[in-house]
Design a protein around this ligand. Structure first.
Ligand SMILES: [Zn+2]
Length: 305
């Protein structure tokens, strides 16, 4: 019996679950992340770290765009990469390769297993999801790929950014495509799709969200998140460490995403929202994941070390 097998058996006992209650996580939670831009995964970085390091799970990422937008913020990265990234033409040419490498370097820290790049054009900032869904992206390729990956990997959860009105149109559009893909999977084998957002300590109860107007697939079962993971959960020697360290490492790798660097140290709670297409089971599965995140024994960080 290897370590991971022992862990798989001991974890539910430690948490007071019977194996039958624990069956959906028998080999650790399996996650597919669907995001628009390289750096969007920072919104649930601590959760992914816990899943891949302490829960014996894995996480793959499907990135919808090629990440060529936002070149105007790349000033500080120009000397690192020795390229004129803030110039539109050279920035849009160089950034897709640079940002894939940045994502994969950061992915090492949070334990991403596999990367699927859809390379749809990152046109630039907009609030309008339609602008890319209707005329720029090949949406059928993205939906087909999500379904194909689920067929191979049987994910437990699909993580998306919460498609609120004020977020980037590409974030909304990527989440809408993930929802459409999940909705088209037979309900008995469908993964639970989770909306994710980050709030700071002054906002344990975030602004409510029920759906994005014009997109009925974004409707929620509840207008508030079901649960959350606290990045400031302490561990390690004298409980001096917390998961914000890992999130900051990941952000630091996204050096060409200039403004993203200012998010270091910000955001405390990774919130989990339950889309209506999950039906009645969504809430229970999200609560169970959050319980595991909170309560799982930390393999590496016990006090005695
Ligand atoms: Zn983004």
């Amino acid at each position: 019996m290897n370590i991971s097998t022992i862990f798989t058996f001991l974890l539910p006992l430690f948490l007071g679950f019977s194996l039958s209650q624990f069956h959906i996580f028998a080999s650790g939670p399996k996650i597919l992340i669907v995001t628009a831009h390289p750096d969007d995964e920072t919104a649930f970085a601590a959760t992914i770290y816990k899943i891949t390091h302490d829960l014996n799970g894995f996480a793959d990422i499907l990135l919808v765009t090629n990440g060529e937008g936002g070149y105007k913020y790349s000033t500080l990265a120009e000397d690192i990469y020795r390229k004129e990234l803030t110039d539109e033409q050279s920035g849009r040419t160089a950034l897709p390769t640079i940002r894939k490498k940045e994502l994969m370097a950061g992915g090492e820290y949070i334990g991403l297993r596999d990367y699927f790049f859809m390379d749809q054009q990152d046109t630039g900032y907009t609030l309008d999801a339609d602008s890319v869904l209707n005329s720029v992206w090949d949406t059928s390729i993205v939906i087909r790929k999500i379904k194909e990956l689920h067929g191979k990997n049987n994910y437990d959860y699909v993580f998306t950014l919460l498609p609120v009105q004020g977020t980037h149109g590409h974030h909304k559009a990527a989440s809408i495509l993930a929802l459409r893909a999940v909705e088209s999977i037979a309900s008995v084998v469908r993964p639970t799709i989770v909306g994710c957002s980050v709030t700071d300590s002054t906002k344990l109860i975030p602004d409510s969200f029920l759906s994005l107007p014009g997109y009925p697939e974004t409707t929620m079962n509840s207008q508030l998140p079901i649960s959350h993971f606290n990045r400031l959960t302490p561990f390690g020697f004298q409980q001096k460490l917390n998961y914000q360290v890992i999130v900051n490492w990941l952000i630091a790798e996204h050096k060409s995403q200039g403004a993203m660097q200012l998010a270091m140290g910000k955001g405390q709670f990774e919130q989990f929202w339950d889309y209506a297409i999950n039906g009645k089971e969504g809430k229970e599965k999200i609560v169970k994941l959050a319980e595991l995140l909170r309560n799982a024994p930390l393999k590496e960080y016990q006090q005695k070390k």
